[in-house]
Design a protein around this ligand. Structure first.
Ligand code: ADP
Ligand code: MG
Length: 279
């Protein structure tokens, strides 16, 4: 019989992913077939792109799916200065010399988590290519600095979010990156469902949620007429949260749905008129 030292026994019991496990069900109101689609994609370990405007439920959805599939979720918010080492890992100096530290992607690959790269286009293309060997049939991650090739755990999956509205020619995914993914489309839910979500998340009466959704629809109609995007579900929830604290609804809408998205006085007036018309 082999015996373990105390330290080994503790290490064997350590759940390195404990902080990434989702204990209780994140509320998610399905809008279409997205749960069945994601479920099938996960069974096939297919890399998935969640595609849609900001604040429409992509992050909440992936949290819900990780909970449903009982997989830990490691989320990385991508940004311009992110390097491949930030994802993969690096050697760091400590009292014993240099010690390798897994980055979030490597941790997910090694231990079988869902790795969610949020707003992937914010990262530079030379950073994004590190996921290529993980998102085709090789399912491996080369750790170049360690001279090691890490095969992905069978439960590992890559999920990315992608907002088509923001893309420019300079800032987009490479064609060779896009083609590795299946995509699930997200948009703002139909009015009745969106009001249900807003009422629940903000803790406001349905009547108020309905009003907020009507305002949002008018705001979304201004997209392209000076607004990059109309009010998102997230903004409606923020307005509702302020209203629930006793702020008059029109003021709550200014704070949560007008001032954050425009500095243009004319647009501000147009949005303010839209709010008044919906009250
Ligand atoms: N279908 C939905 N079910 C439950 N909550 C939702 C849904 N869609 C949006 N939300 C709410 O809107 C907020 C913003 O959604 P989020 O997932 O953060 O957006 P995204 O990641 O697309 O920018 C969430 O925190 C949640 O409160
Ligand atoms: Mg998000």
């Amino acid at each position: 019989m082999t015996s373990m030292s105390g330290a080994e026994a503790i290490a064997a019991q350590t759940d390195y992913l404990a902080e990434f496990r989702i204990g209780s069900e994140p509320y998610y109101r399905p809008v279409g077939q997205e749960i069945a689609l994601f479920d099938a994609a996960y069974q096939a370990r297919m890399p998935i792109m969640l595609k849609g405007p900001t604040g429409c439920g992509k992050t909440r959805f992936v949290e819900h799916m990780a909970w449903r599939l009982k997989r830990p979720l490691i989320t990385v918010s991508c940004h311009e200065d992110m390097t491949a080492s930030d994802l993969v890992g690096r050697y760091l100096l400590d009292a014993d010399g240099t010690v390798w530290h897994d980055g979030p992607l490597t941790l997910a690959v090694r231990l079988g988590a869902i790795c969610y790269l949020d707003e992937i286009v914010e990262a530079r293309q030379d950073t994004t290519v590190v996921i290529h060997s993980l998102t085709d049939d090789r399912r491996i991650l080369p750790l170049e600095k360690k001279n090691e090739v890490l095969p992905a755990h069978p439960d590992f999956q890559v999920v990315i979010s992608y907002n088509p509205g923001y893309q420019s020619v300079l800032k987009d995914l490479k064609e060779s990156t896009k083609q590795r993914f299946g995509a699930i489309a997200f948009s703002y839910p139909e009015p009745a469902i969106e009001a249900e979500i807003v009422a629940r998340e903000a803790g406001v009466e349905r009547r108020i949620a309905d009003t907020l959704v009507r305002i949002a629809q008018r705001s979304r109609n201004l997209k392209g007429h000076g607004l990059d995007e109309g009010a998102s579900t997230r903004m409606l929830i923020n307005a509702g949260l302020l209203a629930a604290k006793g702020i008059p609804l029109a003021d709550a809408c200014q704070v949560a749905m007008v001032l954050p998205i425009t500095d243009d006085p004319e647009l501000r007036d147009a949005l303010t008129a839209a709010i008044a018309a919906c009250m």
